[in-house]
Design a protein around this ligand. Sequence first.
Ligand code: TEU
Length: 571
Amino acid sequence: MATPGAVRSASENEAWWKSAVVYQIYPRSFADSDNDGIGDLPGIVDRLDYLQELGIDVIWLSPVYRSPQQDNGYDVSDYQDVDPLFGTLEDLDRLIAAVHVRGMRLIMDLVVNHTSDQHPWFLASRASREAPTSDWYFWRDARPGTVPGEPGSEPNNWGASFGGSAWMWVPERGQYYLHLFDPSQPDLNWDNPDTREAIFTMMNWWLDRGIDGFRMDVINFISKDPEMPDAPLNRDGYGDGMAYFSYGPQIHAYLAEMKRRVFDPRPDTYLTVGEMPGVTPEQAREFTHREHGQLAMVFQYEHVFLDADGDKWTQRRMNINDLRDTLAKWQTALGDSGWNSLYWNNHDQPRVVSRYGNDTTYWRESATALATVLHLHRGTPYVYQGEEIGMTNAPFAALDDFRDIESLDYYAKAVCTHHEDPADVLDILRRRSRDNSRTPMQWSAVPGAGFTTGSPWIGVNPNHNWLNVAAQRGTPGSIFEYYRALIALRHRLPVVVDGNFVAVHTGRDQIYAFRRHLGDTTLTVHANLSDLPVSFDRDDLTARDLVLTNYTLSRSGPGRLEPWEVRVHVR
Ligand code: TEU
């Protein structure tokens, strides 16, 4: 369908997602209408006015499909139904209609690198080599000369993302299956044309239902090197197979086929964003190329890995020069021919204000500074629920407070297998766990934060007593009002959408500065991304041209930026 309330001209229709701001909803943690402690679809409908007030154009809904919820829905057992936890298919139809009535759009999460091990395709596949879906997953024999099913007899040495071997032994078939994530998430075999056909049919079914695109989970993993060779060992003693599955031989062919079979035959334009861990700028430019790209944009990972040392569980201090260089590199590399997605947060990342910002002394300033540089880049910005009020990491006290499969798997591996000190492991979980982004949305100061009156599935962050929507909505100077202004700027000024990007060197490490040019218009951003004030050679910045700042000018002079101060000029 895709006929939202807002009228679009033919040219706008070409790539409407270029001027859009996307808001990611993690349904479990957004709004709980029936007070069972888990967010749901009717809860989202109740909050659409809020999203409209914020100014967002598109909602990305994390998975609501039927699922055993081992990985909170990223393990799908039925792609064409809604899990009862979240509501019904009719609830989803109502949500789509309510979103469209407001002139907004909605994209769904597409998790097709793997299914749940409870998906009927997999249940049949594991039961028999004669089943129609027998070859829809990667089944391999044990390594020659070993005892099948014993440790060390796996077909290769690859490790799984959530720990352990990437292979699981199934006695019924006398074979192993591949799971790049949890054993409950077997990888689909895209090399089988029937598998692809089933996926494309399902995607078409959703588009016919009226959604406006897809966020595609780890879509760069769908083509595997058929040899599946052993890979160099990583820290935990397993092979890192990324080189053989993150940009496999058929990746472009499969995405091109998807485009031909699903998107090209339709008159409308869809937002397609491929999540791609490990993607390089050169690859991203090809995937998103204006003429021959297969996707509207991709999620790259480089800028959210700058505080990790090799793997996500080894923390190092983020170096401000690395951040500046990485951001500018991606802006320049995708240039005019490709298109960037812009994000700090999602359901897999700790909260950026706690991570790259300062969530105590400069909470408001750092949240708004980071938002400013992101939103004024060239690309499509994503706001993850709660980011617009500056939600922070959570003070998890004990292992019991965590819910995430990745965190729990890591704890088990580190403490039980590698005998690391439990206190140290808890400390790193507290900083890095995905649960930091999954605590309930903080709507108000009441117990349950206005998310639920029941018992929430994961603890509410105690700072909801002061950090919440009610305290910020309509409050001048709040993070929420700043986000509104920032989003409005994108909608108002074509230079934010279409301007090119030029990095500006101020000679000061902690300042990230850049310009955007479009025709006669130049937009300039100066951001102090640090806790210390900084002076610099002022670059003819005048108060007259100032369109946005997170400080009041009376406090700082033209050649000086206060901690986390940003200034945006347009002339
Ligand atoms: O994440 C992809 C992915 O690579 C993750 O391992 C991510 O890097 C990790 O969570 C960071 O800690 C996607 C989804 O976004 C994630 O929620 C799923 O768990 C994963 O795929 C499997 O579907």
